[in-house]
Design a protein around this ligand. Structure first.
Ligand SMILES: CCCCCCCCCC(=O)SCCNC(=O)CCNC(=O)[C@H](O)C(C)(C)COP(=O)(O)OP(=O)(O)OC[C@H]1O[C@@H](n2cnc3c(N)ncnc32)[C@H](O)[C@@H]1OP(=O)(O)O
Length: 226
């Protein structure tokens, strides 16, 4: 790596943009640095890594699953702000203005703050989720559409990791207890069965301490052709 490249990397780190394999700085990402020309395979932010807005509960859960990933049971899923970055094996790149819905804000902590872990043996995708203040529905609580979004994303990621490209055909949700903004919940999803192109998943959202069942859901994904 040349001296110019090293200087640019140091500048990026100071400005809060992580290089692959480096811890994420808590500093918000200024929008001038989220323009497509700025993204390259060498320099890209993984939003699924801890930042300063994470509560102790979220950080503790993340650490617990990271320990699980050391034993090989769980795999941490990186998360970028364009859908293409979610596809395993595809080098991160960003060539369009489009942004992934759940990663479209330039300020940490105000929207969808989450990290996913995959357990291949159990066909489970778990999402540790801390809804920020911009996700309000009823006063002080998370909007039901945001809950649907994070369920769709979690169950969908589980279906993708097992079966490749899919699209959501059906999503059924029972909202049982509201999710207070800022509270950490665990979205625990599982691929129940695969029948031809149909991938059936189930999902529960529980509070971080397992005391409250917030939501139950099921989703059907259809495998797409090559
Ligand atoms: C790490 C990566 C993370 C990624 C996370 C992604 C999460 C986000 C995912 C999304 O939000 S996707 C966006 C929302 N979904 C859509 O916009 C989908 C719109 N619908 C479609 O594009 C098509 O209807 C669809 C691709 C789902 C299916 O069309 P196809 O023409 O490919 O399939 P077809 O209609 O032939 O149906 C195939 C089988 O599925 C069945 N099927 C399709 N839709 C169904 C449905 N709604 N309910 C029950 N069964 C359904 C259908 O009966 C049939 O069963 P059989 O094989 O037994 O005959």
């Amino acid at each position: 790596m040349g001296a110019t490249m090293l200087r640019s990397c140091a500048r990026l780190i100071r400005r809060g943009i992580a290089l692959p394999g480096q811890p994420q700085s808590p500093r918000p990402l200024p929008c001038c640095y989220t323009t497509p020309r700025f993204y390259s395979p060498e320099v890209i932010r993984d939003y699924a890594m801890p930042n300063a807005t994470w509560s102790k509960n979220l950080q503790d859960l993340y650490n617990r699953y990271m320990e699980g990933s050391q034993s090989g049971a769980w795999e941490r899923i990186p998360s970028y702000n364009a859908t293409v970055h979610h596809i395993k094996g595809v080098p991160p790149s960003r060539t369009r203005e489009n942004r992934l819905f759940t990663r479209n804000l330039d300020q940490d902590g105000v929207g969808f703050e989450y990290s996913m872990f995959y357990n291949k043996a159990e066909r489970r995708m778990v999402c540790l989720f801390q809804p920020g203040p911009y996700l309000e529905g009823p006063p002080g609580f998370t909007h039901g559409g945001c809950i649907a979004t994070i369920i769709d994303s979690t169950t969908g990621a589980g279906a993708v990791y097992l079966c490749g490209s899919v699209m959501t055909a059906n999503l059924t949700i029972n909202y049982k207890n509201p999710i207070p903004l800022g509270h950490v919940v665990i979205i625990d999803s599982k691929v129940e069965r695969v029948e031809g192109r149909k991938v059936y998943t189930s999902c529960q959202i529980r509070s971080h301490d397992d005391a409250v069942l917030h939501t139950e859901a099921s989703a059907l994904f259809i495998k797409l052709g090559p």
